[in-house]
Design a binder for this molecule. Structure first.
Ligand code: C5P
Length: 224
């Protein structure tokens, strides 16, 4: 059964987290919350028993990324992201640093579509590029890959990698800035982690939406 990573990209959502304690969910903290609250919030949430997914999508020279991953691992971050486009030299050393931190490689963002390949001047189409990056993630012993629901089945068949899928919508009509969007039913058999942000925090009753999603995923909530 996939886990739910709740992308808290809205500071107002911090007030509902108390009600989510004890649920088997991951809290995904990106730059919006991290820049405001920093590691002190992360430490507090970890003390409350949450798993933390720090989504800062590192992409820099190898030394800077390795040192950043080291800081995250020391603090006990459960999952973090690096851009696979950072390449082999950036990714290879990470497996020796990570301690208990799972490293997820971001492939091509779900807000991009085929036209991004043209922009990059790539010889690959989007799907082939994602498979190329998945092969790199596997080769560099990363734990998982962030990909759209469209490529997840192919990746799962070919590589031993966790699939982490954003761009998931309860109602696919509501895409926001995402381009490659899927429903929970379409990917619940292939995802290890599904990432949902706005479809939770923009609803009238976000807490109840979390419960609905967990039951859709087949989970008995209240356990971990
Ligand atoms: O609000 P929504 O459900 O579209 O949020 C998706 C979350 O997943 C955001 O926090 C975004 O930064 C993140 N993400 C993504 N696409 C990726 C990787 C991460 O949308 N490829």
């Amino acid at each position: 059964m996939p886990k739910l990573a709740f992308a808290i990209d809205d500071p107002h959502m911090l007030s509902i987290l108390e009600d989510l304690q004890g649920l088997d969910i991951i809290l995904k903290i990106g730059p919006i919350i991290f820049l405001k609250e920093g590691f002190s919030l992360i430490k507090a949430l970890k003390q409350d028993g949450f798993s933390i997914f720090l989504d800062l999508k590192f992409h820099d020279i190898p030394n800077t990324v390795s040192k950043s991953v080291e800081v995250c691992a020391d603090i006990g971050i459960d999952y973090l992201t690096v851009h696979l486009l950072g390449g082999k030299e950036m990714l290879t050393p990470l497996k020796d640093i990570k301690q208990n931190t799972q490293i997820l490689g971001v492939s091509i963002l779900t807000s991009h579509d085929e036209s991004y390949m043209e922009f990059l001047g790539s010889r690959y189409n989007l799907e082939d590029m994602v498979m190329h990056l998945a092969s790199l993630a596997y080769e560099c012993s990363l734990d998982g890959i962030v990909c759209s629901g469209f490529e997840a089945f192919k990746i799962k068949n070919k590589f031993k990698l966790k699939t982490v899928i954003p761009g998931v919508r309860l109602n696919k009509g509501q895409k926001d800035d995402q381009k490659r969007v899927v429903s929970i039913d379409e990917i619940k058999n292939v995802a290890d982690i599904i990432v949902i942000g706005r479809d939770i925090y923009k609803r009238q009753k976000p807490k109840e939406t979390v419960f609905d999603i967990l039951s859709k995923l087949g989970g008995i909530y209240g356990t971990s």
